[in-house]
Ligand binder design. Structure first.
Ligand SMILES: [Zn+2]
Length: 224
């Protein structure tokens, strides 16, 4: 069965919620541009909601083996041009759409340099950030509490806390490294003119901008 108008609208809403929060970090992101600019027909080519059986058989046929987990609710293929996102309509909730879209919007360098577990943890971290920033009265369907990837998310939060509260303040080599990196930050998406020591953007720089120094910092202290 083809995408229903409701499904199409839900996907667009999920995209809007992500863009509202992180568009500044996704300048030039081809996936974002393609989806935002897609006409109805093109949109349905890129996004395919499927029932359980076709979804599973499509997945098992290896039509775009996913680089990350998410094998039950949805996956995407960048190998197919233009890319395609497959959503299991019998299982996916509105917030799952946020998670799956984030996978599509992740920087290539992040995908290539992280384990599936770390990738899922960080993707879930941003999924919940997007939920947290959404207008609760307007988008109640998207704010249902999520149960996905609790272990991976817990590890990511622990890693992030260790880096922010222990590593950066107390390890001079990393503090200095971060200061050096900070001075190179792009003012277009970083309004901090001092380029000072800040870990506020560490996750976004790793995930959306693919900054290898930030990715390595995460990996260095990741427990997964
Ligand atoms: Zn995932």
């Amino acid at each position: 069965m083809a995408n229903t108008p409701t499904e199409r609208q839900q996907l667009k809403t999920a995209l809007t919620l992500i863009a509202n929060k992180y568009a500044d970090w996704m300048t030039g992101n081809q996936g974002l541009m393609a989806l935002l600019g897609a006409r109805e027909g093109d949109f349905d080519v890129m996004v395919k909601f499927m029932d359980e059986v076709p979804f599973i058989s499509n997945y098992s046929l290896g039509q775009g083996a996913p680089p990350v987990g998410c094998q039950i609710n949805g996956f995407f293929s960048k190998a197919i041009k233009p890319f395609e996102i497959y959503i299991n309509r019998t299982r996916a909730s509105p917030s799952t759409l946020i998670h799956e879209l984030l996978h599509l919007l992740t920087h290539e360098i992040f995908n290539k340099n992280t384990s599936t577990r770390l990738n899922e943890g960080v993707t879930e971290y941003f999924t919940r950030k997007v939920q947290g920033a959404a207008d609760a009265a307007r988008y109640p369907d998207f704010l249902a509490p999520r149960q996905s990837y609790p272990t991976e998310l817990g590890d990511v939060n622990a890693t992030r806390n260790v880096i922010k509260t222990l590593v950066v303040p107390n390890v001079p080599a990393i503090r200095n490294q971060k200061m050096a990196i900070g001075r190179q930050r792009n003012p277009a998406f970083d309004p901090d003119p001092t380029g000072g020591v800040s870990t506020d953007d560490m996750m976004k720089r790793a995930y959306f901008k693919g900054e290898i120094s930030m990715i390595n910092l995460l990996k260095q202290f990741a427990t997964i």
